[in-house]
Design a protein around this ligand. Structure first.
Ligand code: HEC
Length: 140
């Protein structure tokens, strides 16, 4: 090995080390070929799923005012409404997203997503809805 290669290698290793300093992920994360998913990753995935699949009806910020909202027979739910959302269990939310509105006695305009989204993705969306309403299920 000539000295130039050695120098470049040394700089490369040093950069890897510097890049890793102060990063949230531990050294094991960049060493393993499949990085471990963190809660944060799962959350941003759910955010993406929401933007792609839900905002056309439920609105950019989840307030129920999506572009398609006015063409539906029933207005899409306002996911920011903590009063309403805390009256629904996680199971009910999961079922509504998975099997559609009709499956939980709600409007058919809320379409099923179990053919397009995985179980894990739908669970992520339930958590995301809890984040949007900043609420949990409360027994009345
Ligand atoms: C085509 C429009 C449309 C799309 C797309 C849509 N929804 Fe809905 N959604 C509705 C409508 C309309 C309702 C209101 C049904 C009712 O109140 O009878 C609703 C209701 C809901 C409810 C409330 C169910 C309950 O228990 O009251 C949840 C939760 C929900 N949607 C989540 C989602 C999520 C998450 C997505 C994206 C994966 C999504 N929706 C995509 C139209 C839509």
């Amino acid at each position: 090995m000539n000295s130039r290669v050695l120098t470049i290698t040394a700089i490369f290793i040093a950069l890897l080390f510097i890049n890793n300093q102060g990063a949230l992920a531990g050294p094991a994360d960049w060493l393993s070929s499949t990085p471990k998913k963190t809660d944060k990753d799962e959350f941003s995935e759910a955010g993406n799923d929401y933007r792609l699949n839900c905002t056309p009806c439920h609105g950019e910020n989840g307030d129920g005012n999506g572009q398609l909202a006015s063409s539906l027979s029933k207005p899409p739910r306002n996911h920011l409404d903590a009063k309403y959302m805390s009256g629904r269990t996680d199971e009910q939310l999961f079922k509504a997203i998975s099997e559609g509105g009709a499956a939980v006695g709600k409007a058919e305009d809320m379409p099923p997503h179990n053919t397009t989204l995985s179980k894990g993705a739908i669970q992520g969306l339930v958590k995301y809805l809890r984040h949007l309403c900043d609420c949990q299920y409360k027994k009345k």
